[in-house]
Design a protein around this ligand. Structure first.
Ligand code: ADP
Ligand code: MG
Length: 248
């Protein structure tokens, strides 16, 4: 991934089944999709519509049964194990439940995922800078349990940025937060998208959060039911007019 503007994503005929009981279930059912470099795309749709599975396929946490995914020039659906692991390390992930390690300080949580690759001191300067960027200067030595939910998600976001991702995948990042805090997290993601030149794909069932993205893709039963460009001729900060237009 080496564009200056985040990763461009090209998905074609993507299928993922799960075998549960008798009939196989198509969690992702023939999805074809192009995502522009540097955009912020929201995946919405009811629970079980395939949002998380699609993110997992794009992040190479799960393997597709059919179809291709290209991230810039890299076709990740046919990569071998070592190349796949290298790709995965370059993708930032943010989850609903933060997934911080409770016994580690904020600073060590940010450093933890890159620790096997160098020594701790090499990373601590960058980790402190990222914590400052997400507004957590002074909380480096705190434990996760001493932070609010919004602060914990900020730690998780700083951690995701350690690998300098060109692509950030966020699965219901505001799902455990009240709406004010959720909107602040979204402000932060939009700012970081520009500062770090990332493409962001965010799964959310919160329509108001989704409406703040550049593009809203609604999934139903693993298929794209709706695909709306929200950028045309509109002030991106005017969430009220977007919400009205989307009838939220
Ligand atoms: P969403 O994130 O939109 O709620 P998911 O991608 O989690 O949807 O799930 C899509 C469908 O795939 C659901 O029917 C879900 O039950 C099923 N599914 C997801 N992961 C697994 C799994 N590991 N094993 C079996 N079924 C799964
Ligand atoms: Mg999900």
């Amino acid at each position: 991934m080496h564009t200056v503007n985040g990763a461009a994503i090209n998905i074609s005929g993507l299928v993922k089944h799960f075998r549960t009981g008798t009939a196989p279930l198509k969690a992702v059912d023939n999805v074809t999709l192009e995502i522009a470099a540097g955009s912020m795309v929201a995946l919405t749709g009811p629970s079980g519509s395939g949002k998380s599975t699609l993110l997992h396929l794009i992040g190479a946490i799960e393997q597709a049964d059919a179809g291709t995914i290209r991230i810039d020039d890299l076709k990740i659906t046919t990569l071998r194990r070592a190349a796949l692991a290298a790709y995965r390390r370059q993708v930032g992930f943010v989850f609903q439940r933060f997934h911080l390690l409770p016994a580690l300080t904020v600073l060590d949580n940010v450093i933890a995922p890159v620790l096997p690759y160098r020594t701790r001191n090499d990373h601590s300067t960058r980790a402190r800078e990222l914590l400052a960027e997400v507004g957590l200067t002074g909380r480096e030595r705190a434990l996760p349990a001493q932070l609010s939910g919004g602060q914990q998600q900020r730690v998780a976001i700083a951690r995701a940025l350690m690998a300098k991702p060109r692509l950030l995948l966020a699965d219901e990042p505001t799902g455990n937060l009240d709406s004010t805090t959720g909107n602040q997290i979204l402000d932060l993601l939009l700012r970081l998208r520009d500062e770090h030149q990332m493409t962001i794909i965010l799964a959310t069932h919160d329509q108001r959060i989704a409406a703040r993205s550049d593009r809203l893709i609604r999934l139903t039963d693993g298929r794209i039911a709706d695909d709306l460009d929200l950028t045309d001729g509109e002030d991106p900060t005017d969430t009220l007019s977007r919400a009205t237009r989307l009838r939220l």
